[in-house]
Design a protein around this ligand. Structure first.
Ligand SMILES: *[C@@H]1O[C@H](CO)[C@@H](O)[C@H](O)[C@H]1NC(C)=O
Length: 304
């Protein structure tokens, strides 16, 4: 079942109830509002950790970390395949020791997970974006990069595109990572478990900033991350339905994310990814021979 989150403005009811002179006005207004209508936080998400650490400011949802608690929200539904976009403005000023995460995850010991983790830093020093992919409960696939902008100054769009061929991590629509389906090489690919969408902010000063050397300075709390423009366009999976049934249905849902053109990056996106990797990547598990003396199987096949 499709799940277009930009919820339909009901044109037909507007038309039916309106005199013709009002129709034009109503149409104009509905176009205006529909075009701007990103699904509201409440429709898609709910706080799952520390609801009292949330504040709502117009379009934006703020989550704060202080020395009492972090905070987190999760999607109300689970999904298999599709695309999630969230605009995030990260903690301004001193964010050392803090981690803000945006991720998709299934449940259970053999869960799959696609992670963006934003590692804070001292004032003026760059945030690091760490991505990771868990398949069947195993992660250890970290990549790290610096961004080409200051993510604390403005909102930027962070996205996960997931279909049967690939998982793509995007920043302002620029791909920063691709996890390709290599099942034909005997490498498992996550496509059998429904995933929720999550975000959280917490204290991780034991490892996050400069390897854990820089600790959270609580005199600078609260640390606030802001979110807006929530969009989930995917195959929705009722929690009451078995994963295997959802998998069958979502594999044949005919969603736009399964178009052949989305089975791999296009030429422009491939160039963007090469640029990101050449200029902004600071760590790739695939080249960490100290940690992985034999190169992880999927790395040998990754062209990137
Ligand atoms: C923080 O800044 C330092 C110095 O610029 C940099 O080496 C480091 O990668 C940055 N990020 C983190 C998360 O430590």
């Amino acid at each position: 079942m499709f799940f277009p989150q930009q919820k339909p403005c009901n044109m037909s009811s507007i038309m039916a109830d309106s005199s013709s002179s009002l129709v034009a006005v109503a149409l104009f207004l509905s176009l205006f509002f529909c075009a701007n209508a990103t699904a509201k936080f409440d429709q898609l998400f709910q706080p799952y950790w520390a609801p009292d650490h949330f504040s709502f400011d117009g379009d934006a949802v703020n989550m704060k970390l202080d020395n009492f608690s972090g905070a987190g929200f999760s999607s109300k539904s689970k999904y298999m395949f599709g695309k999630v976009n969230i605009q995030i403005k990260l903690v301004e000023g001193d964010s050392a020791g803090t981690v803000t995460a945006f991720y998709m995850s299934s449940d259970g010991p053999k869960h799959h997970e696609f992670d963006f983790e934003f590692l804070g830093n001292t004032t003026g020093e760059p945030y690091v974006v760490q991505t990771n992919v868990y398949v069947n409960g195993v992660g250890n696939r970290e990549q790290r990069l610096n961004l080409w902008f200051d993510p604390t100054k403005d909102f930027h769009t962070y996205s996960i595109l997931w279909n049967q061929r690939q998982v793509v991590f995007l920043v302002d629509e620029t791909p920063i990572r691709v996890h390709t389906n290599l099942e034909h090489k005997g490498i498992p690919f996550p496509k059998d478990q429904a995933m929720g969408v999550y975000s959280s902010i917490w204290n991780a000063d034991d490892w996050a900033t400069q390897g854990g050397r820089v600790k959270t300075d609580w005199t600078h709390a609260p640390f606030v991350a802001s979110y807006r423009a929530f969009e989930i366009d995917g195959c929705e999976c009722p929690v009451t339905t078995a994963d295997s049934d959802n998998a069958k249905r979502c594999a044949n849902s005919g969603g736009w994310w399964d178009q052949p053109v989305l089975s791999e990056l296009n030429v422009h996106q491939s160039h963007q990814l090469i640029w990101v990797r050449a200029n902004h990547m600071i760590y790739d598990y695939c080249s960490d021979t100290g940690r992985f003396p034999s190169v992880p199987a999927e790395c040998e096949h990754h062209r990137h």
